[in-house]
Design a protein around this ligand. Structure first.
Ligand code: TEU
Ligand code: CA
Length: 542
């Protein structure tokens, strides 16, 4: 496989609204990120994925953009943005921007024009349909609850919005729309950014009249056109958000010969604690064997026809240590387990802000404490449908996106050092214990575990190129090997809060402990080993 810089990279995702406030208005901003670049350099990451910072009325916290070539006032100015790109580059850190072009904000000038009337030249930038029997054209649903069609009184037509009513979908069949997007992408690429994370890119080939939203027939033509007209002319990282992707679909996006993307975010492992065929709010316990099988499938399916992204967290997902770990008695041990399991896999790892210090979910008691439009709309819809408040709140506490969006916890001063003002969203009260300052002062902290894992990936090609093999073990023991040029490393984790005894005689014994989350001098797999709760280590085999 042709060598690319992003194959050896580790990416850090920043949700700018919650990272660092620098002017006391309670909202994170670009200056705040600039002021924390030293911390990120200390961690060792070499790419920042920056969630949207463009002009937006924040109906969906920036994923509703009204001007792609200007910065949201709350976050700062274009000068601040240029300074961030330059200062990050000085530290060999690349800036990957969030590309949100499945839809715009309804305050984008294109939509304002489009609403002026059917003959307006921008009308066809969006997807309009006549009513059918006085009703919505069809039963397409919005991800944020309700119909995906909104009626426009003035023109007597409906427009499509797969997300909120204030996020009208763009009509990618319109060549002018695609050219607008390439020009905008080149505007940012010319600023020297490191690439793009592409928001719900699997939707831009939609055929709404046929009820097709994801992976539509023309999708890959559009991505190959995008590659040719924009980022294909630069040496950058591109990662597509593709819900529902299978390894075969992922290869269509990321097989280098197809000249589309570097990699995709697939979410098959993320949907394992929701009931079959239902929503993420309809919970079911995680089956660890299922998780192992799915991750192993992705590790061994792409070969040279694609590249994996590796993640447990992002700004849409609950904190992994609370979700599938133990965020109380074994918070540190389980947080390190997730880090070690993920960072020795083949692919590009993504760390979501706060993951590197083991930040947890922040349960709420009442919907008034929630900011996220997805959770609020779901709450209102399910109240209508007769669900109990308690049941809905329980679903939000388990899966709600605000769990990921509580402000970054820097130290134990007021508001965790995030702001000297009133935070836009509640700070998790456990910041007094869980914060960056404590992690930096403790050599055995979760931060230092991530720092070491990042350095190991830089120093050892086996971590990047080694072949992956899942080992047969009892369900809640997750063990695999990586093999490269005659060398074998083994990673073993007790994925439970109980003590477990394990025997893997075929691995022999070794004194070469690469990393572990409990003190350990050596391991003899030929013997029966007792693993403490969440005990995890990686070793080099003889
Ligand atoms: O997310 C796509 C998406 O489907 C998730 O929003 C949704 O929350 C799902 O239930 C995940 O659990 C992308 C962005 O990541 C998200 O923040 C935006 O809200 C969304 O697109 C619309 O732009
Ligand atoms: Ca601010």
């Amino acid at each position: 496989m042709e060598k690319k810089w992003w194959q050896t990279s580790v990416v850090y995702q920043i949700y700018p609204r919650s990272f660092q406030d620098s002017n006391g208005d309670g909202i994170g901003d670009l200056r705040g990120i600039i002021n924390r670049l030293d911390y990120l350099q200390e961690l060792g990451i070499n790419v920042i994925w920056l969630s949207p910072v463009y002009k937006s009325p924040n109906d969906d916290n920036g994923y509703d953009i009204s001007d792609y070539e200007d910065i949201m006032d709350e976050f700062g100015t274009m000068e601040d943005m240029d300074e961030l790109i330059a200062k990050a580059r000085e530290k060999d850190i690349k800036l990957v921007m969030d590309l949100v072009v499945n839809h715009t904000s309804d305050e984008h000038k294109w939509f304002i024009e489009a609403k002026r009337g059917k003959d307006n030249p921008y009308r066809d930038y969006y997807i309009w349909r006549d009513p059918v029997n006085g009703e919505a054209p069809n039963d397409l649903k919005s991800t944020f609850s309700g119909s995906a069609w909104e009626y426009d009184e003035e023109s007597g037509q409906y427009y499509l919005h797969l997300f909120s009513k204030r996020q009208p979908d763009l009509n990618w069949e319109n060549k002018n729309v695609r050219e607008e997007v390439w020009n905008m992408m080149n505007f940012w690429l010319d600023k020297g950014i490191g690439g793009f994370r592409m928001d719900v890119i699997y939707l831009v080939g939609k055929q709404p009249d046929l009820g097709i939203t994801g992976n539509g027939p023309k999708l890959h033509d559009y991505l190959q056109e995008m590659h040719e007209k924009s980022f294909g002319n630069y040496d950058v990282l591109t990662v597509g958000e593709t819900w529902g992707a299978t390894p075969e679909i992922a290869k269509l996006y990321s097989n280098p010969e197809r000249k589309e993307l570097s990699m995709v975010f697939q979410f098959e492992h993320i949907g394992l604690d929701q009931q079959e065929g239902k929503d993420k709010w309809d919970l079911k316990p995680l089956d660890i064997q299922e998780l192992k099988n799915i991750l192993a499938k992705w590790q061994t399916s792409l070969g040279t026809e694609g590249w994996n992204s590796l993640f447990w967290n992002n700004h849409d997902l609950p904190r992994i240590v609370s979700r599938w770990g133990n965020d109380k008695e074994y918070r540190v041990e389980s947080a390190k387990m997730f880090a070690i399991l993920l960072h020795f896999m083949k692919g590009t790892p993504y760390i979501y802000q706060g993951e590197e210090i083991g930040m947890t979910n922040r349960p709420i008691n009442d919907i008034s404490e929630i900011n996220d439009i997805e959770s609020i709309n779901m709450y209102n819809e399910r109240i209508q449908q007769g669900y109990s408040k308690a049941a809905i709140i329980a679903s939000i506490n388990a899966k709600g996106r605000d769990n990921a969006r509580t402000p970054m916890q820097w130290d134990n001063t007021e508001n965790g050092g995030f702001t000297t003002g009133t935070p836009w969203l509640h700070v998790n009260p456990n910041y007094t214990d869980i914060n960056v300052k404590n992690n930096l002062e403790d050599p055995n902290s979760i931060f230092h575990c991530y720092q070491k894992l990042i350095q190991l990936r830089k120093d050892h090609p086996i971590v990047v190129w080694g072949d992956f093999e899942l080992l047969e073990t009892m369900d809640d023991v997750f063990a695999y090997t990586r093999k490269f040029e005659g060398e074998t490393w083994a990673v073993v984790a007790n994925f439970s809060d109980q003590t477990r005894t394990i025997s893997l005689p075929e691995l022999g014994s070794t004194k070469e402990i690469i990393i572990s989350n409990y003190p350990r001098e050596s391991v003899d797999f030929t013997d029966v080993i007792t693993f403490k709760p969440y005990e995890t280590f990686a070793v080099k085999l003889n």
